[in-house]
Unconditional design. Structure first.
Length: 130
């Protein structure tokens, strides 16, 4: 008999992180990493133009930013998955999860990859891939 489903999203165990690499006909690439964990060898050489990087709980993964940058070599990083979307209307201003510190994220990124651009985006904000 299978284990019962968790009562809420906190009950799920991280068993590996889903990452999707999207490549367009013009050669542009977007890499989406769905949580703050990684298997380095699976991301090596992806070289995305844009890296959509989940950042909640990144502090729990040793050398997370250094490893992500080394493996992927992105041109632009857009952090995501830090908004509180539970029972929240998209018409309202974005609410940041209380355990996410965007200033600390930006500071850490400057330390490990000062040459890589980072951009915080709002709901439905357009980002051009150039």
């Amino acid at each position: 008999m299978p284990d019962p489903a968790p009562a809420n999203h906190y009950g799920f165990v991280e068993g590996g992180t889903v990452a999707s690499l999207i490549e367009f006909d013009n050669g542009k690439r977007i890499l989406h990493i769905g949580s703050a964990n990684l298997i380095d060898k699976e991301l090596e050489g992806t070289n995305p133009d844009i890296l959509l990087l989940a950042i909640p709980k990144w502090e729990n993964t040793p050398n997370f930013f250094e490893r992500v940058i080394k493996c992927t070599n992105p041109k632009l990083i857009i952090p995501h998955h830090y908004d509180n979307f539970w029972g929240h209307s998209l018409e309202e201003p974005m609410l940041i999860e209380p355990y996410v510190d965007l200033d600390k994220f930006k500071s850490e990124m400057k330390k490990v990859a000062s040459d890589v651009k980072c951009r915080i985006v709002s709901f439905f904000e357009e980002v051009k891939v150039s």
